[in-house]
Design a binder for this molecule. Structure first.
Ligand code: SF4
Length: 496
């Protein structure tokens, strides 16, 4: 059996980082971890190839070669997913689809031959068996959330690592919290399941053996969801990093209660965690309560962010406007909070009702749903009727974007963030000197010569050089990210 694994294209959004990646000569931020894991679960004698459409084109030759095409997608990839399924079926190929989008969008499933709903650890072996017997069904729906002990090390042999800015791996699935708008808890449940320490170290060994050095994204939606197990993992992770001379630095996502655990913060620092994404959402307590985000209430949110930063971890965060309890001055409140937080990469979105979430069900009951979600909460569209008048909300949202990604605000937050790092913060080397020089010259040419905001860039660069020399690489990476955000903001804020 010849299997082609296809990862559909992401649109150009804040999350694509496309305009920043071009400086380091990369095509995509991360590889398709789900498909690499599926590949590792296929029988050894099946031939397999991968086409990640974010780094290369899907040519007809590749489809022609295959007996069967596997496609996995998130909701934001749905347009590309539909096109891939249609093309492959028109060429007479059997198509298998799965992934988060397919799992939560049962009414809008693509017209594939075999559809996987839920996690595939138990259903994929059943499908392979049925296929051999000639009795494979159309729908395979997982009736349980499997233990991750059965999850294999992803098949890195399919990957050309040079295209990617970071590698990724998964430690846990699920989150104990209950945010009303969240689809993670609907897909993966509220009892976080983790891999064993041995599994994690085996994945790190595999990445290292494959030649990877640099950033590794632990993709968990809440890395500290199962704190007991994370605390047990950390000593092994620290020891592994030390014994292997710190080949990786880590980024991940966590809930804001991380700030109350000094011992865990210290361990994360020692293990080489360099960036943490937090779901801050809003500084408005009533909106947090209504969204069932109790873990963000009854605490000093700014103090929590600053504390995490003081452990050498850059905080990146999600913010939302459009909650029913948002006051009229929500736009100013968000801008001021983001400024004071020193969070350079602040991802502000409009509230979106994702399929199959508590929010979706409530709005459906209230008769306020307008459309399915595009999965992109930054494209200035809404799929429900908000309490604040929609045009006011969207214009206020665009003003937030214009403000927080303006060069002055962005560079100010970046310097603020770097000033909280310890001086002993060491980054592992992920590139050669030649690669660094090429990236540096492209950045200087774009931001320091051609860009309208070049004076602000040189002012920022001077301050980096004078006050943050040990973190200058991090500071320049932030400048590249800021440029990406500005490009996307101009695209969205000029939409009418
Ligand atoms: S903390 Fe994050 S992952 Fe957990 S329920 Fe809330 S939004 Fe979902």
């Amino acid at each position: 059996m010849k299997v082609l694994l296809v990862y559909p294209e992401f649109p150009d959004t804040y999350w694509s980082f496309r305009h920043a990646l071009k400086f380091e000569g990369k095509q995509a931020a991360f590889p398709p971890l789900g498909l690499l894991t599926v590949s590792a679960m296929l029988p050894d004698d099946w031939e397999r190839r991968l086409v990640d459409m974010n780094v290369e084109e899907l040519w007809p030759d590749a489809i022609e070669w295959a007996d069967m095409v596997f496609v996995s997608a998130m909701i934001v990839q749905n347009v590309s997913l539909e096109a891939v399924v249609k093309l492959c079926r028109s060429m007479g190929k059997k198509v298998v689809v799965g992934g988060p989008y397919v799992s939560t969008s049962s009414e809008r499933l693509p017209d594939a031959d075999h559809i996987f709903i839920g996690e595939a650890e138990t259903t994929l072996p059943e499908f392979i068996n049925d296929l051999e017997l000639g009795i494979a069904r159309k729908i395979y729906e997982a009736d349980e959330r499997p233990s991750l002990a059965a999850t294999p090390v992803p098949d890195l042999s399919l990957l050309d690592m040079r295209h990617y800015s970071a590698m990724n791996l998964q430690y846990s699935r699920g989150c104990p919290f209950n945010c009303e708008f969240c689809d993670i808890i609907e897909i993966y449940g509220r009892v976080p399941r983790t891999k064993t320490n041995e599994q994690m170290l085996a994945e790190l060994d595999a990445l290292r053996a494959a030649g990877w050095r640099g950033l590794v994204f632990i993709v968990d939606d809440n890395f500290i969801g199962n704190k007991k197990n994370v605390r047990l993992l950390m000593p092994d992770l620290i020891e592994w990093s030390r014994a292997n001379e710190h080949p990786f630095s880590f980024i991940t996502e966590a809930s804001v209660n991380l700030a109350e655990d000094d011992a865990l913060l210290q361990q994360m620092k020692d293990a080489g965690f360099r960036r943490v994404f937090l779901g801050i959402e809003t500084p408005v307590e009533e909106s947090l309560k209504a969204a069932q985000k109790g873990q963000n209430t009854r605490r000093d949110l700014l103090g929590s962010i600053h504390k995490i930063q003081s452990y050498g971890m850059e905080v990146m965060a999600g913010f939302i406007v459009g909650f029913d309890s948002d006051p009229d001055d929500i736009f100013d409140l968000q801008v001021n909070f983001i400024r004071e937080s020193g969070i350079p990469l602040a991802m502000v979105g409009l509230l979106t009702a994702l399929p199959d979430t508590q929010l979706w069900r409530r709005l459906e009951k209230e008769g306020r749903l307008l459309d399915v979600s595009t999965g992109n909460n930054t494209d200035c569209t809404m799929n429900f009727v908000p309490k604040i008048e929609m045009a006011t909300l969207i214009e206020g949202y665009k003003n937030i974007l214009r403000n927080i990604y303006s060069p002055r605000e962005f560079y100010r937050r970046s310097l603020d963030c770097l000033s909280r790092f310890h001086k002993d913060r060491i980054e592992p080397r992920s590139s050669t000197i030649g690669e660094d020089l090429r990236a540096f010259s492209k950045l200087i040419l774009t931001l320091g010569v051609r860009d309208r905001a070049r004076l602000q860039f040189w002012d920022y660069f001077l301050k980096l050089f004078l006050h943050h020399r040990s973190n200058i690489a991090h500071g320049l990476t932030l400048a590249a990210m800021g440029y990406h955000f500005r490009q996307i903001t101009e695209k969205y804020s000029n939409q009418t």
